[in-house]
Design a protein around this ligand. Structure first.
Ligand code: C5P
Length: 258
């Protein structure tokens, strides 16, 4: 493959109020990581999948990846292919195969991304970094990010316009000003980059001791003076952080299956 997706799943998720790390919390019977991987496996092209998990969850991550992989790639033995004359010469549209690597996470999100990058196969030239916590992200958003990185050669991140009016405030709560909302975007993942750009930006930030100053990869790449643009994000790519987010995700899945 020429594309890799690093799925960062090594956070503790303390704001979610569960004992288990966030990516392993169940959302309608399946861990968030399982649901996030489902979308990656539904991408149009074959990708290298790198899951970065907490050290004590590596086996769990492996088991989850294996079950997602089996769901997507198991040859359907229950229904034999139709006896059409073409069936012998044309291969049935099989899902592209995926390579999954499981890596131990780091102390911060950027550490975890760094470790994930160390597992990239030599053939990879585009890297997507995705939060496992954005468990309902549609596969098409991942495909769109890859296509935009390919066509522009830039870093590409999905973002949504803000609906609320944003105030700049002091610690006391006093309003200092109103931010021009039209200039803002609430950004999501997957964030995609040419491999060399992401590697350079990480190396530079690590050297300057600024790896932890950034909450996303786009900030790191932009800080290195490299181009990053925003494309239209998707409402379903929201990050599950609080118990209310988990309830919202449950309600969405419930409505979809009702
Ligand atoms: O904590 P937050 O919601 O910002 O984390 C975003 C993503 O980064 C989550 O998917 C989380 O699992 C991941 N992460 C990580 N390693 C860390 C911290 C966060 O992989 N040390």
């Amino acid at each position: 493959p020429s594309v890799a997706v690093i799925v960062v799943a090594a956070g503790s998720g303390s704001r979610l109020g569960h004992v288990e790390p966030k990516a392993f919390v169940l959302l309608q019977m399946r861990p968030l990581l399982d649901r996030a991987l489902d979308s990656i496996f539904a991408m149009r092209e074959a990708v290298q999948v790198i899951v970065v998990a907490p050290i004590d969850r590596l086996m769990d991550a492996r088991r989850i990846a294996a079950s997602v992989s089996a769901r997507h790639e198991a040859p359907d033995t229950t229904t034999p292919p139709p006896p059409s004359p073409a069936a012998t010469s044309t291969s049935i549209a099989a899902p592209p195969s995926r390579t999954v690597t499981i890596i131990e996470g780091g102390r911060t999100r950027q550490d975890s991304v760094d470790r994930g990058m160390s597992a990239l196969m030599p053939s990879i030239d585009i890297v997507l970094v995705h939060d496992a916590a954005r468990a309902l992200t549609p596969a098409v958003l991942c495909d769109e990010v890859v296509a935009a990185v390919r066509s522009t050669g830039h870093g590409i991140i999905p973002g949504l316009p803000l609906v609320d009016t944003i105030k700049r405030i002091a610690h006391s709560g006093a309003i200092l000003g109103t931010v021009d909302r039209s200039e803002l975007s609430a950004v999501q993942t997957p964030q995609g980059f040419p491999r060399s750009m992401l590697a350079d930006a990480h190396a530079r930030a690590a050297q300057n001791g600024r790896l932890e100053a950034h909450t996303d990869d786009a900030a790191l790449v932009a800080d290195a003076g490299l181009p990053v643009s925003v494309i239209a994000g998707h409402p379903l790519a929201f990050k599950i952080t609080t118990p209310e987010d988990l309830e919202r995700a449950e309600a969405i899945l419930h409505a979809a299956t009702a």
